[in-house]
Ligand binder design. Sequence first.
Ligand SMILES: [Ca+2]
Ligand SMILES: [Ca+2]
Length: 284
Amino acid sequence: MRSLTAALAAILAVTATTAAARDPGPSAESSRFTPTAGAAELVAPLGVDPACPAKIEIGLRSGARKPAYATMRVELDAPLTASRSMLTSYLPPGYQVRAKLLVAVPPDARQGTYDLRLSTSARTLKVPVTVVPVDGLDNGGNLALRRPVTASSQHVNANYPPCSVADGDRSSNGWAGGNGWNDATARSWPDTLAIALGGARQVSRVGLYTLDTERYPASRYGVRDWDVQAQVAGQWQTVAQVRGNTAGTARSDFTPVTADAVRIVALASNGANDYTRIIEVEAR
Ligand SMILES: [Ca+2]
Ligand SMILES: [Ca+2]
């Protein structure tokens, strides 16, 4: 029992956070668990690389008076599929467990809205999942969002897919969890990363987010030197250069060009293992 308790404590230390307030809910203890979602809706683009599925944070919060095991069912309308069918956790009063849910959209799925249902015995939280082609996405002006990405190499670990630099997630949290690209050639340069823009687009700015967390600071793990290139009439042109970067993000502004694609040509990183690590690239 002691080892089980210790294991649970370790799990909770990683996954649980204290909720601000107790859920007032119905009186029965079993109904005092509330499904939660990190967003009110999820947009799942159609035709993207399966290595970069849509994702949403799901959770379960306890409003119970005593610690207890809580279980939540995860259901998603076909043909969409979810990366888990259940979330189960031991929850002390006021605690919440959270998990990342990946939503896969088969290439032949129809556009439209599907339901993600998160259910406990007493409550169901419905989250609409909207399937749209990439051309129909609200990209907020980011021309690179969800567009096809090709890289000069990919780290053998499949958790660093090139498509993750155009998935709309700029955060370095969750590194190695599929939200950034790591090349495969240590201490070897250049490394290239190209994003097709879905046609000729006017571009005048490229923003790059490199790995930057407390544990993996950009000043040691991030990209230091790179060229920004644009493909104009079939030719790659260097439109901006960044040298000596130690920050988590750098923005390059340049004279507008009409380009089919943008490319990062990484030339050096800040030392640690000497890989190229890019979390997100945005083009405007
Ligand atoms: Ca990303
Ligand atoms: Ca390399």
